[in-house]
Design a protein around this ligand. Structure first.
Ligand code: ADP
Ligand code: ASP
Ligand code: MG
Length: 472
């Protein structure tokens, strides 16, 4: 039995012509696999709009919230009118849309009364885009003669209660997924599953984090013992850099799970960072392909692609960060300072993206999203109150407006000279490096730079990534 899971992202289902293109891709591949599962995102921009509607309601702006709801309605109505001719299908879709938007409007009213939106409430709202879109995409697939049925992933994927970043219970999910999808396979129906959302065992809606539909596809693939996962998006695969920063970024024909994991972790939006988790241990091939250039092979992600020594595979950037420094001469040799510092950070819920310690042990530096810097400093100051009073620690301070630029490539491993090329490129462009860390895997080197240098730095380093004729 061969099984393929294909996921279509927001832009692949963002307009009526894109949805039709998506439906045709599905129809074309259906015959090559025994079982085909489709995962769809919300139409592009809809999740942002849903979140905005909740925020406006929380700020008592009901007119603003309603204007957004109307826009969401118009966008979906236009697509249904453009693509669905069958009158019954059309009526069903309109009534489903109305039901969801009435729900949204009621949630916004409650939020307005409460004056706030909880993470749990935000998950119910932000997941509506997928729940509206899957039935539309399924109807379009049916309209071109391919049997398909929309499925809510809240009936399939079971998670804990970490709203907005829920963790799947794979064992429980496996049972649910198989029992929901197997009957559809037996009837040769293509399940069109909502990406992004899931539910607790009690049925409370959760989400897997922004961009989480990629992860949905990987979870389904794992639980169905699938053969491959294909992520359809709007670029020719995983590229050597963000194409919005480096217009001549190249598609990477093959990349390893480890490399793509680092790339996603360090900000490349093309894949949700958790996507590789369920598939890596099975060595299940994961492809990233372009809906708008479907004949291009895209990127194949596997355990160990061939790699040339000395080659840099890709560069990525995370913006809006702060570098926090805990410094003081009295820290020298005091055991447990680092553990207590990171304990204090963990209590704020901020994630530490990169750590560097100076060898003299007189300071600890780490990088976090700027959003959290006030809380983090306060928490460390409370934890270290005694050391600060005694003068063992002089100060805890933050430098804002920094980015992490990560240079990724398994070909850099044990190859001298790669860092020289990177720092040479930065030096030539007079770009100052604030901090450096090398991933323990040696697959990545990460640099903290001033935000204003980021674009120039990425472009300069990218110019160094061109493959060398003899592989370095
Ligand atoms: P989807 O809606 O299909 O999930 P996303 O917008 O989440 O698509 O991710 C695809 C986008 O990621 C691309 O359009 C591109 O602008 C951006 N991107 C950033 N870095 C990279 C990279 N290294 N390779 C490919 N795309 C990247
Ligand atoms: N629609 C969700 C988001 O915008 C999930 C996804 O697109 O993967 O974050
Ligand atoms: Mg995405």
């Amino acid at each position: 039995m061969s099984t393929l899971v294909m996921k279509f992202g927001g832009t692949s289902v963002g307009t009526s012509s894109a949805i039709l293109q998506t439906a045709n891709i599905i129809k074309q591949h259906k015959f090559q696999w025994d079982n085909l599962v489709v995962v769809v995102s919300a139409m592009s921009g809809i999740t942002d709009q849903l979140i905005q509607s909740a925020r406006k309601a929380a700020f008592n702006d009901s007119a603003g919230a309603h204007a957004i709801i109307e826009e969401i309605q118009n966008q979906h109505v236009a697509v249904i009118n453009a693509l669905i001719t069958n009158q019954d299908e059309k009526e069903n879709l309109f009534s489903e849309l109305k039901k969801r938007l009435d729900e949204l409007s009621n949630y916004c009213q409650s939020i307005q009364v409460m004056g706030e939106v909880t993470p749990r409430g935000m998950d119910v709202i932000s997941s509506l885009g997928e729940r509206i879109n899957a039935p539309i995409v399924a109807a379009v697939i049916r309209s071109i003669g391919t049997p398909a049925q929309a499925i809510e992933s809240s009936e399939c994927i079971i998670t804990d209660r970490t709203f907005q970043n829920a963790v799947p219970d794979m064992k429980h999910s496996r049972e649910k997924i198989q029992s929901q999808l197997t009957p559809l396979f037996q009837q040769s129906l293509i399940p069109v599953v909502t990406g992004f959302l899931a539910a607790t065992p009690e049925g409370v809606i959760t989400t897997l984090g922004r961009g989480g539909s990629d992860y949905t596809a990987a979870i389904l693939a794992d639980c169905l013992d699938a053969d491959e996962v294909w992520i359809w998006t709007d670029v020719d695969g995983v590229l050597s850099a963000d194409p919005r920063v480096v217009p001549d970024a190249r598609p990477i024909p093959e990349i390893s799970f480890a490399e793509v994991g680092e790339l996603a972790y360090f900000g490349a939006k093309v894949l949700h960072p958790k996507t590789i988790r369920p598939v890596v241990s099975r060595d299940m091939p994961l492809w990233v392909k372009n809906t708008f250039n479907p004949d291009f092979p895209g990127t194949r992600i596997t355990q160990q692609p061939p790699r040339k020594r000395g080659e840099i595979t890709a560069i990525s950037t995370i913006k809006d960060l702060s570098i926090i420094t805990v410094e003081g001469r009295g820290m020298l040799g005091v055991p447990g300072i680092a553990a207590r510092t990171f304990g204090a950070v963990a209590r704020t819920g901020a994630s530490v993206l990169m750590i560097s310690q100076s060898s003299s042990e007189q300071s600890i530096c780490f990088t976090i999203p700027s959003l959290h810097n006030g809380d983090v400093i306060k928490s460390i100051e409370t934890e270290m109150a005694l050391e600060l009073l005694r003068g063992d620690i002089d100060r805890v301070w933050s430098r804002d407006g920094v980015v992490i630029v990560s240079i990724i490539g398994s070909g850099m491993r044990e190859t001298p000279g790669v860092s020289a090329r990177i720092f040479g490129a930065l030096g030539k462009n007079l770009i100052n490096v604030i901090a450096i860390a090398q991933g323990s895997s040696e697959y990545s080197i990460s640099l903290v730079l001033d935000q204003e240098d980021a674009v120039r730095a990425v472009q300069a380093i990218h110019a160094e990534t061109a493959p060398t004729p003899n592989g370095g």
